[in-house]
Write a protein of this length. Sequence first.
Lengths: 387, 91
Amino acid sequence: MSALPELTNDEVLRYSRHLILPEVGLEGQRKLKNAKILMVGTGGLGAPLGLYLAAAGVGKIGIVDFDVVDVTNLQRQVIHGTKDVGRPKIDSAAESMQDINPFLEIEKFEVPLSSENALDIIKDYDIVVDGTDNFPTRYLVNDACVLLNKPNCYGSIFRFEGQATVFHYEGGPCYRCLYPEPPPPGLVPSCAEGGVLGILPGIIGVIQATEAVKIILGKGETLSGRLLLYDSLGMKFRELKLRRNPECPVCGDHPTVTELIDYQQFCGIPQAAAAEEAEKGKLPEITPLELKARLDAGDDIFVLDVREPHEYDIASIEGTTLIPLGEVARRVGELDSTAEIVIHCKSGVRSGKAQKILKEMGFSRVTNLAGGILRWADEVDPSIPKY
Amino acid sequence: MAKIMIPTPLRQYAGGSDSVEVDATSAGEALDKLIAAHPDLKKQLFNDEGKLRSFVNVYVSDEDIRYLDREKTPVKPDDTISIVPSIAGGR
């Protein structure tokens, strides 16, 4: 208790609703003031984490982010505002947090967290809150926390569903005990591809913040050893048991991972990029301007849109036929295998997959629209909304 | 009938269903019946060798079958089986 910092009278007043809770009290609030939390990411999860941890009176928060605020972030990243579009997220987040609580000390790390810097950045903090959005960084944060013996308040989201737990706390399991390996790239869509309900990260981020505060206070029961699942559509919370795996390569009884590794490699990112690159030259592409010129010249081209119907409703190119990627193989009879076909999707990835499927089914004149409808909107028809 | 909960990312391969009821006595049998009803799920759940993918966890009630008897884990008629794939979203 004596090592804990004193509260000023201004702080006593500010935190009065905490101080009158016996479970927090003066000692708990001084523990919060003494605490140092590292927040990785200031996006969907980072937004509520940053705002609430700042408000709660955490003494020092480190922020790691190197991204810039984009207008599509504002549907959920409530720490940033419309005025911040184009600014570094780290500055916009720090400003919001400092505005809520001027007593907060903020340390900014405007870099991508990497195997080279992670241990150095994390080592001076007590707790890590993981608000990242990709598998390599998830595994990096996990391994660094295990190696440095720091608890990791974890949350992740997809569409309408979220997961939260606390990893590596008081001998509990780590992320690798839950999922020993990441999915191969491309199999699990990101929020950018799959969409996310804007409110969802609010719920999950606030759960992560709650766990961080409980760990600092040493009160209550944390999610360590429990995986909390949240389904916003069914409005259901469920809980699954999580065990430390004695064979875990990083936190097990005989760890084989004793330093940080190459997480891009571990998650198969360079391998997938190389495979994609090798694939690229094999299948023909056409640019939006080339396609427009050929259509204007009256060439007989069948333009196939392989997006989903709800995307077609947002934006479409005139005169196209819609068959979602998942139905292409089944509905191939609707297409003429001798016709010249140009396939498009949102940005060119799904249409590339459809192109491959059709080629394997014997279609010989199938071309992919490079950059999809987004690039078409940029280069040919600016009246088409981008999404 | 045991109830298999289908998570959001996999619903598109299960005709949009959020749960499927199956008559099974083990976790493996339940998954086989699920795949028989929704063949598109097979590639999502199992690798080319027919083994459950390492980023897809299966729970009978609230227990991870990796810590029980894996695919042989017994299933009672009123059990809930959860399929919980790895998700990484946070932005």
